[in-house]
Design a protein around this ligand. Structure first.
Ligand SMILES: Nc1nc2c(ncn2[C@@H]2O[C@H](COP(=O)(O)OP(=O)(O)OP(=O)(O)O)[C@@H](O)[C@H]2O)c(=O)[nH]1
Ligand SMILES: [Mg+2]
Length: 415
């Protein structure tokens, strides 16, 4: 299984690879603290170009709650990147990373996620490093050092208490995997509503479909895709068609995260997804695996018996299955350094739940919280990475410009 540290590093060096389309409107709301505005868009499918699915179930209260927060500050409109301005003034890279740091802490608080988690600590550490790298003069260095995590936590708590500035954050997720493994069911579990079609006996999803909703004020869009078939002579062309339609669908707006879904109870060393993983890599390029979380559904299924006749331990079984899948991905991309985070999932409606009503795994973990933490961390680090790359590119072009000017001025100097 991938170490968190290495996964974070891969987030800092990787970029989203794939992209979206204009959504058709669908709105919905579930019964708990999760406010939902759900939209659907469908396109680029293998058979048709439209999706006649509209859900309108949003109360006006929820609408007002989502859209009427007073705004004393103008935060950048494009939530896929750190804001470029606040209150009309342009932000430098250090301020933008610090803004993201506070945003990240606000999100943790909003989702009830612990800021003491090791993953959180590593994300904050990476962000702090990024501010130090960007602080290129003494004044900036002092400023970068000034916003220590405890201060950022205080600021985040104040902002969450007042609701100001409004939090503008979105995550885009692409879901891939074989047919019947539980892609659509996982999407339904994430939103806490039956939004995506599931089917126990035949392929349930025939089109690429984008489900957009808000969870605690964060815009989350999930792209559900038709299931791939285990590779055979007949399925190669069909899978390719599906993969190309997904690629077209996500071309303009790459997802922040890819979920590759498998069934925990069906992974074993003799059943290999390798040809399928190779086909995905051929179509999208090996970069697709840099932002991928390996999702294992059916995590509450009966565990196989060990040599002593008793069921094997849940954690060690999950770790073995993760290794099998990870090794197949290594072979597909011909690189054994890649280590993807693993998310264990149980979608069954009758599975155990915690006191908040969230579905839990046999080890008592609330998997949706793990999912949100992985997504928020990945998105925030992706934003920092994009900022670092952008400023690096700008520096590069600035150097080129200077170089060009000096080349032009050289002959003049000779006079
Ligand atoms: N017990 C259990 N059943 C699940 C789980 N996830 C999905 N299922 C069931 O498995 C069946 C297939 O799930 P889907 O979500 O339709 O699978 P899919 O991957 O979207 O399939 P395609 O749309 O054909 O690609 C459904 O009957 C689901 O209810 C899970 O974690 N546990
Ligand atoms: Mg489906």
């Amino acid at each position: 299984m991938k170490s968190i540290g290495e996964w974070i590093f891969s987030q800092l060096v990787s970029r989203p690879i794939v992209a979206s389309s204009a959504p058709l409107l669908v709105s919905s709301r579930d019964g708990d603290s999760t406010d939902s505005q759900v939209e659907y868009s469908g396109s680029g499918d293998t058979t048709s170009n439209s999706l006649a699915l509209h859900i309108e179930n949003l109360t006006s209260d929820t609408y007002v709650e989502n859209h009427s927060a007073p705004a004393s500050e103008t935060v950048g409109e494009d939530t896929n990147h750190p804001p470029k301005t606040i209150g009309g003034s342009k932000l430098d890279p250090v301020s933008r990373i610090q803004h993201l740091q506070v945003t990240f802490l606000r999100l943790l608080q909003r989702f009830g996620l612990s800021s003491d988690d090791i993953l959180v600590a590593k994300v904050l550490y990476r962000m702090h490093l990024a501010t130090l790298i960007k602080a290129d003069d003494d004044a900036n260095l002092t400023r970068a050092d000034n916003l220590r995590v405890d201060k950022a936590k205080r600021l985040a708590a104040e902002q969450e208490a007042s609701g100001l500035p409004p939090l503008d954050f979105s995550i885009r997720v692409l879901v891939l995997g074989r047919t019947g493994v539980g892609k659509s069911a996982t999407i339904n579990s994430i939103f806490g509503q039956s939004l995506a079609v599931t089917d126990a006996f035949q392929p349930g999803t025939n089109d690429v479909v984008e489900v957009m909703g808000t969870i605690n004020g964060v815009k989350i869009s999930v792209i559900d895709t038709p299931g791939l078939l285990p590779l055979s002579a007949d399925s190669v062309r069909r899978n390719r068609k599906i993969l190309l339609s997904i690629k077209r669908f996500v071309r303009k707006t790459p997802p922040d995260i890819v979920l590759y879904v498998e069934r925990l109870d069906l992974i074993n060393t003799s059943c290999s997804d390798l040809p399928l993983l190779k086909q995905i890599t051929d179509v999208f390029g090996s970069g697709i695996w840099f932002n991928t979380i390996l999702v294992m559904t059916h995590s509450s299924s009966a565990l196989p018996e060990g040599p002593n006749g008793y069921p094997v331990n849940f954690e060690s079984y999950a770790a073995r299955c993760s290794d099998v899948l990870q090794n197949n991905i290594h072979q597909a991309v011909a690189d054994s350094r890649l280590e993807n985070p693993v998310l264990l999932v149980e979608n069954h409606t009758h599975c155990r739940r915690n006191s908040k009503g969230e579905k839990i795994l046999p080890n008592g973990q609330d998997w949706k919280s793990n999912f949100l933490l992985l997504c928020l961390s990945s998105k925030v680090l992706g934003d920092v990475n994009a900022l670092m790359l952008r400023t690096k590119l700008m520096e590069f072009f600035h150097c080129l410009k200077l170089k060009k000017m000096s080349m032009i001025s050289c002959p003049l100097l000779e006079f």
